[in-house]
Design a protein around this ligand. Structure first.
Ligand SMILES: *[C@@H]1O[C@H](CO)[C@@H](O)[C@H](O)[C@H]1NC(C)=O
Ligand SMILES: *[C@@H]1O[C@H](CO)[C@@H](O)[C@H](O)[C@H]1NC(C)=O
Ligand SMILES: *[C@@H]1O[C@H](CO)[C@@H](O)[C@H](O)[C@H]1NC(C)=O
Ligand SMILES: *[C@@H]1O[C@H](CO)[C@@H](O)[C@H](O)[C@H]1NC(C)=O
Ligand SMILES: *[C@@H]1O[C@H](CO)[C@@H](O)[C@H](O)[C@H]1NC(C)=O
Length: 805
C-alpha cells in the first residue's frame, strides 16, 4: 500500500505540467526564476548504450538541461519515409534525459549546420523542383513544415513537452540565420517571420528560440552564440539573456591541428556572462559532449570523424579533466547564488582601469562578481574595504560579498593524464583489390557531371573514365580546372597521383603529370567527397567532383579538351556494392594474402575485443585515407595521411586574452586524427570483423586496438583560495593505489611530471597515503602554516596519485 502510493506520487510528479514563461531576468519554471546550465549532447554522435552514462556525467557536472539538434537527413532518408531506430531513437534519448531528472532544449531547426553532412538537410531535398533552401520558397517551406510538425507531434504523443509534464522546456526553429540573412534580402525576412509563425502555431506550450538571429517576432526569444556573450542582450527588454552556443573548444578538420580552449578562459567567459545579467547558458560546439561522426555523417568538407571538441566529456564519454571538474565548481557556485542573483539587478562599479564589480543584493543576501579583464596583469583591488588579488583575465565570485567562493583562473579540481594503451593485438590481414575504373553498372555522358547530382550521396565515390589516343610520347599532364574534395588519377590501371583541396581552399585546380602509352589509353579518375558542405548561403547549389575544363596537355598533336568527350561513370565501388564490410558480404569474394602497400585495397581481419571495460579505439597511424567498419558498422572516414601544418602550434597556451579557435592548437606536423572510436557495444568478446577500404595505400600490419584510461590524477590547492582538495578515481572500479608526489611549497611541473620546488615539505606523502590509498576518493585539507617559504609569492599543495582497478 505504502509502495503503491509512493509510486502514485512519483507518477503524478512525472506527469505534472511545468509552466515555462520568462521575463527580462530569466526563464521562469513554475513561477520561479532559474539559472539554467545546459550542455549539448547530440544523440547520433554516441551509441544508445553510451547515452545514460553521458547524461549522468553531465548531471554530476552540474548541468540542468541537455540540448540537442534533430538530424533531418537521417530521420527522413526519403520523402515521407521515417527512421528513428538505434542511434536515431530520439524519443528514447529524450526520455533518458527526463529519467535523469534533467530538462531539454530541442533544437529542431531543421537546418542544423552542426558540422553534419549538408547541415542536416536530406540529399533528396536538392532534387525537389524549384526548391531554394532557407528562404521564402513554397517547396522548401512545405517540406520544412512537414518535418518540424512530424517531430513536434512525436514529442506531443509521448507527452515530452514541459507543458505536458515532459522535460522539453524550449524548442528552436531555424538556426543562426543571422549569419546568412543578407544573402536572402526581403525573402529572408518573410521566411523568418513565416518560420516563427509556423512554429508558434504548433502550440507546444513552451517558448521557441532563434539563435544568432536578431530580427525575430516578439514572441520568439533571440539568443546569443559565440566565444563570449557577456554584454550581449536580446532586442527586447522583456526577454531573458540566453547563450545557446558557448564554445568549449573547436572541432577538428583533417589536415589541421587540434584546437583546445583552456578551462580558465571558458570559466572566465561563463562567469562574465552571469556577472553581466545572463541566466541561461549552454556549452556547445565543442559540445558538452562532442562524440564521433560515425559513418559518413560528418559535414564540412574535411570535418574529422572525431568530434571530441575538447569538450568537458571527451569523445569516449569520459570526464575531461580538469575541464569537467572546474566547470562543475563554477556551476555549484552559481547555483548557490541563484536566488540572490536573479532577484535583483546587478550594481556595477569600477575597481580599476580594467577591473569592475557587479553586486547583486536581495534580502540579507549579497553576491559579488569581481572581474579583472586585463589580459596580462594580475592585480589587487579594494572592494568594500577588503583587498582581493585578482589574477589576469579572471572573475572571482563572492557568495556573501566577502569571501571568494570561486575564481575562474584558479583551478582547484583535479587534472589527469589520459593514456591510450596499445593492446598489442596481432591481427592477420587479408586483402581484396578494388578494380580500377568501371567494374559494375555504369552510364555515359558527353560532359563532366556534378558529383552529388550523380551519386545522390549514396557513396563518397564517383568514377569518371574516358579514353584518349596518344600519338608519340613525351611529358604529358592532365589539367583539371576545378575539383572538390579529392581525386585519385589512374592511367591504364596504373596509379598516377592523388590530389585534395583543403578546409580553406574548397575548390582547386590540378596539374597532374601522367604517363601515356602509344595508342589508346584509359584515364580513370576516382573523385571522392569528404563530407558535404554544412555552412553558408544557398548550400543546395554548392558542387562537388570535377568541373570546368579538363585538358590533356603536352601531346605532340596539341592539347585535347576532354571535358566534352564521352565519359563513362560508375557511382560507388564494387566493394561497396558487395557490402564487403558486412559478415555476409565479406564472403562474396576471395581474399588474398597482403602484399605491398597499394591504393584501392580492401583489408579484412578478425579480432577479439580488448579485455576490460575501458573505451576502445583503432590506431590507424600507418594508414592513408579511407573508411573502416566493425561488424558492418561504419566507424567513420579515416585520413591519418593528411598531416597538420607544421608551423601554427604555440609552444605553450596562455589562457589570458580573447580566445579563438586558432590560438591553442596542438599536434602540428602530425595526423589530425590517429585514433578512431570503436564503441564497446559494437563488439562481441571474440570473432569480430574489421574491414577497411584504403584509397591511397597504407600498412595494415601496424594497426592496433588501444584502450583509453585515466590512471594518473593530480590536484593543486592554493593558499590564497584555501579549500579541501578532493582526489577521485574516474573509473568505477578504480581505487587510489599509490601517491606518487605530494609537496606543499612551490612545486614545479605539471600533472605526470611534478618536481619539488625550492621550498617544500618532505613528510606529506605519508599523510596523504594514509588518507587516500585504497579509497576511490579522498579529501585533503592542507595546513599551509607547516611550511614558511619566505619569498614565495603563493604556496600551494600539489599531489599526484595513481588509480588502479
Ligand atoms: C504560466 O505563468 C505565467 C507567468 O507567471 C502566467 O501568466 C500564465 O498564466 C501561466 N500559464 C499557465 C497555463 O498556468
Ligand atoms: C601590465 O603590465 C605591463 C608590464 O608590467 C605594463 O607595461 C602594462 O602597462 C600593464 N598594463 C596595465 C593595464 O596595467
Ligand atoms: C570603508 O572604510 C571607510 C573608512 O574607514 C568607512 O567610512 C566605510 O564605511 C567603509 N565601508 C564599508 C563598506 O565597510
Ligand atoms: C573545354 O570544353 C568545355 C566543354 O565544352 C568548355 O566549356 C571549355 O571552355 C573548353 N576549354 C577550353 C580551354 O577550350
Ligand atoms: C574463389 O576461389 C575459388 C577457388 O579458386 C573459385 O572456385 C571461386 O569461383 C572464387 N570465387 C570468387 C567469388 O571469385
Amino acid at each position: 500500500m505504502w509502495l503503491l502510493s509512493l509510486a502514485l506520487v512519483l507518477l503524478l510528479q512525472l506527469s505534472a505540467a511545468q509552466n515555462v514563461s520568462y521575463d527580462h531576468r530569466s526563464l521562469i519554471l513554475n513561477g520561479k526564476r532559474r539559472i539554467l546550465l545546459s550542455g549539448s549532447v547530440h544523440y547520433p554522435r554516441a551509441t544508445p548504450e553510451m547515452w545514460p552514462g553521458i547524461i549522468q556525467k553531465a548531471k554530476e557536472g552540474g548541468l540542468d538541461v541537455i540540448e540537442t539538434y534533430v538530424f533531418w537527413d537521417r530521420h527522413e532518408p526519403s520523402p515521407g519515409q521515417y527512421y528513428f531506430e538505434g542511434r536515431y531513437d530520439l524519443v528514447k534519448f529524450v526520455k533518458l534525459v527526463q529519467q535523469a531528472g534533467l530538462l531539454m532544449n530541442l533544437r529542431i531547426g531543421p537546418y542544423v549546420c552542426a558540422e553534419w553532412n549538408l547541415g542536416g538537410f536530406p540529399i533528396w531535398l536538392r532534387d525537389i523542383p524549384h526548391i531554394v533552401f532557407r528562404t521564402d520558397n513554397e517547396p522548401f517551406k512545405k517540406y520544412m513544415q512537414s518535418f518540424l510538425t512530424k517531430i513536434v507531434n512525436m514529442m506531443k504523443e509521448e507527452n515530452l513537452f514541459a507543458s505536458q509534464g515532459g522535460p522539453i522546456i524550449l524548442a528552436q526553429v531555424e538556426n543562426e540565420y543571422g549569419n546568412v540573412d543578407s544573402h536572402y534580402g526581403e525573402a529572408g525576412v518573410r521566411y523568418i517571420n513565416w518560420a516563427a509563425e509556423m512554429a508558434q502555431a504548433q502550440n507546444t506550450g513552451v517558448p521557441w528560440i532563434m539563435c544568432a538571429q536578431s530580427k525575430v517576432p516578439e514572441y520568439i526569444i533571440d539568443t546569443c552564440n559565440g566565444m563570449y556573450c557577456d554584454g550581449w542582450n536580446p532586442i527586447l527588454y522583456k526577454k531573458p539573456t540566453m547563450w545557446t552556443e558557448s564554445y568549449t573548444g573547436w572541432f577538428t578538420y583533417y589536415g589541421w591541428p587540434i584546437p583546445h580552449r583552456p578551462v580558465e578562459d571558458i570559466a572566465f567567459a561563463v562567469a562574465r556572462f552571469f556577472e553581466r545579467g545572463g541566466s541561461f547558458h549552454n556549452y556547445y560546439m565543442v559540445w558538452y559532449f562532442g562524440g564521433t561522426n560515425f559513418g559518413r555523417t560528418s559535414g564540412g568538407p574535411y570535418v574529422a570523424s572525431s568530434y571530441d571538441y575538447d569538450a568537458p566529456l571527451d569523445e569516449y564519454g569520459m570526464q575531461h579533466l580538469p575541464k569537467w571538474g572546474h566547470l562543475k565548481d563554477l556551476h555549484e557556485t552559481l547555483k548557490l547564488g541563484e536566488e540572490v542573483i536573479l532577484s535583483s539587478e546587478g550594481q556595477h562599479s569600477e575597481l580599476g582601469p580594467n577591473q569592475e564589480a557587479h553586486v547583486y543584493s536581495y534580502g540579507n543576501g549579497c553576491v559579488a562578481f569581481l572581474a579583472n579583464v586585463d589580459s596580462m596583469n594580475d592585480t589587487v583591488v579594494e572592494f568594500r574595504n577588503v583587498s582581493y588579488s585578482l589574477p589576469a583575465w579572471s572573475v572571482s565570485i563572492l557568495l556573501d560579498c566577502k569571501t571568494v567562493a570561486f575564481n575562474s583562473a584558479k583551478v582547484k579540481s583535479q587534472s589527469a593524464v589520459v593514456s591510450m594503451s596499445p593492446s598489442k593485438s596481432t591481427l592477420s590481414w587479408t586483402s581484396f583489390d578494388e578494380p580500377v575504373g568501371i567494374s559494375g553498372s555504369s552510364f555515359k555522358a558527353k560532359q563532366l557531371l556534378e558529383q552529388m547530382e550523380t551519386t545522390k550521396d549514396t557513396s563518397d565515390y564517383l568514377w569518371y573514365t574516358t579514353s584518349v589516343e596518344a600519338t608519340g610520347t613525351g611529358s604529358t599532364w592532365l589539367s583539371i580546372e576545378s575539383m572538390r574534395d579529392v581525386v585519385h588519377i589512374f592511367v591504364n590501371g596504373q596509379f598516377q597521383s592523388s590530389w585534395h583541396t583543403s578546409k580553406s581552399v574548397l575548390y582547386n585546380s590540378v596539374e597532374a603529370p601522367i604517363t601515356l602509352a602509344p595508342g589508346s589509353n584509359t584515364i580513370a579518375l576516382l573523385s571522392a567527397t569528404v563530407g558535404l558542405q554544412n555552412f553558408g548561403a544557398f548550400i543546395e547549389t554548392w558542387s562537388a567532383g570535377l568541373s570546368g575544363s579538363l585538358i590533356l596537355k603536352g601531346l605532340p598533336g596539341g592539347d585535347q579538351n576532354l571535358s566534352k568527350q564521352e565519359w563513362t561513370y560508375q557511382v560507388g565501388l564494387k566493394g561497396e556494392d558487395l557490402k564487403l564490410f558486412t559478415v555476409e558480404g565479406s564472403r562474396s569474394v576471395n581474399w588474398s594474402a597482403v602484399s605491398t602497400e597499394k591504393p584501392l585495397t580492401w583489408y579484412m581481419t578478425e579480432f577479439d575485443a580488448p579485455p576490460g571495460d575501458d573505451p576502445v579505439a583503432l590506431d590507424l597511424a600507418s594508414m592513408g585515407k579511407g573508411q573502416a567498419w566493425v561488424n558492418g558498422q561504419s566507424i567513420g572516414r579515416y585520413w591519418p595521411a593528411y598531416k597538420a601544418a607544421d608551423s601554427v602550434c604555440p609552444e605553450s597556451c596562455d589562457y589570458r586574452g580573447s580566445y579563438d579557435q586558432n590560438k591553442c592548437l596542438t599536434g602540428c606536423g602530425q595526423s589530425s586524427q590517429r585514433w578512431y572510436h570503436v564503441p564497446r557495444s559494437w563488439m562481441k568478446p571474440r570473432g569480430n570483423l574489421l574491414v577497411l577500404f584504403e584509397e591511397t595505400g597504407g600498412d595494415p600490419s601496424s594497426i592496433d586496438f588501444v584502450t583509453r584510461s585515466t590512471n594518473v590524477i593530480c590536484a593543486r590547492v592554493y593558499e590564497s583560495h584555501p579549500a579541501s582538495v578532493k582526489l577521485w578515481c574516474p573509473g568505477e572500479k578504480q581505487v587510489i593505489s599509490q601517491i606518487r608526489f605530494a609537496s606543499l611549497g612551490n612545486p614545479e611541473g605539471s600533472c605526470g611530471s611534478f618536481k619539488e620546488g625550492s621550498c617544500h615539505t618532505n613528510d606529506l606523502s605519508n599523510t596523504v597515503e594514509k588518507a587516500c590509498v585504497g579509497q576511490r576518493s579522498c579529501s585533503l585539507a592542507p595546513d599551509f602554516t607547516i611550511s614558511a617559504c619566505p619569498g614565495v609569492r603563493e604556496k600551494f599543495l600539489a599531489v599526484e596519485a595513481l588509480c588502479s582497478s
